[in-house]
Design a protein around this ligand. Sequence first.
Ligand code: GLU
Length: 408
Amino acid sequence: MPNVRTRIAPSPTGFAHVGTAYIALFNLAMARKNKGKFILRIEDTDKKREVEGGIKVIEEGLKWLGFTWDEFYRQSDRLDVYKKYAQRLLDEDKAYEEDGGIILRVPREYVSWQDLIRGEITFPKEEMKDFAIIKKDGFPTYNFAVVVDDIEMKISHVIRAEDHISNTPRQITVYQALGAALPEFGHMPLLRNADRSKISKRKNPVALSWYQQEGYLPEALVNFLCLLGWSHPEEKEIFSFDDFVKNLDLARVRKTGPIFDRDKLDWINGEYIREMKNEDLKAKIYDFFEGKYDKDLVEKLVPLVKTRIKTLKEFDSLCSFFLATSEVEVDRKLLGRNYKKHLAAAIAALEKNESLDKVPQKNGFKVGDFFMDLRIALTGQKITPPINESIEILGREESIKRLQKVLG
Ligand code: GLU
């Protein structure tokens, strides 16, 4: 396809929304697949909604996902362009002034287009009415600025969320008034909460920064977002962005709103963690905790926890007991009836440098009960990395100290 140019046009409302990432993903892939260009255009003409630093947050969120753009624009730099186009429409009597604003004359005719995702969409002529293109404060309305920009930036495919379907007829009338060719339109289904309502922060975290802070891997989140809107032709669940680009076909985009299923995301993230080289996972975990765990400790722990964590952050809940600085709190209610005997026998074995595996049989303990008491006394937790390896890493001396402390 020649000269494919796609874009996203987010508003700087204070955070990078996961829905923006989802739409960006499809636009970016469409551009990359066709050796075209992907454009980031900031819609910042609504000064009331703009938040300080909002543009930077969007850029950082997209960069974290590995998304790059070829051109960047801010609508607030382009106010003269919108004025020029509006003036042209006034001069041609296709628009008129009213109450200090400029209004487009809209023919009372039905409007229809072939949507790349939804097929033909038609709006009845009764719904077509004149509308403002420049507000009385001199700023353009969304429906006008978006079209002027899409024309000037030669956007070939407008791929965006389905809540813009109702704006499209008005935008088409702007193209027609300006005598410009229409781009292709494709309206993606909105991401949804489990109850099928539009994704919202009351029911799901929507800021990309949340996913970053919770220790999701950007590649895994991208994979998850791909699957929300699309299915792989070979029905693969785990695939790279490049694989997605190669196989992208908008005809395979789902028409019904995908449920944002965080369990699925956790599963995908866990798969990426398991697939990672130990060396890489070590670096990721070390960086994630900003030095809280030293490199040697992370290196020893990575092979023990790799199959047990679904996010980088979970490393902490499994492993914080290793840190000498962490005073392990042991809730005695978690311990079994025979814990005193169990711990005393474990201390004796550790002091003689004997294997703990033999202790239960020698003393007539139940294996599971013995190790559970030992685990809880050493770590304060019921779920940890394997206990023998953990003791080795903790060191015999430190382990004995912890057990003695619990015995009191
Ligand atoms: N600011 C709009 C949004 O993010 C842009 C819509 C469009 O792509 O035309 O929903």
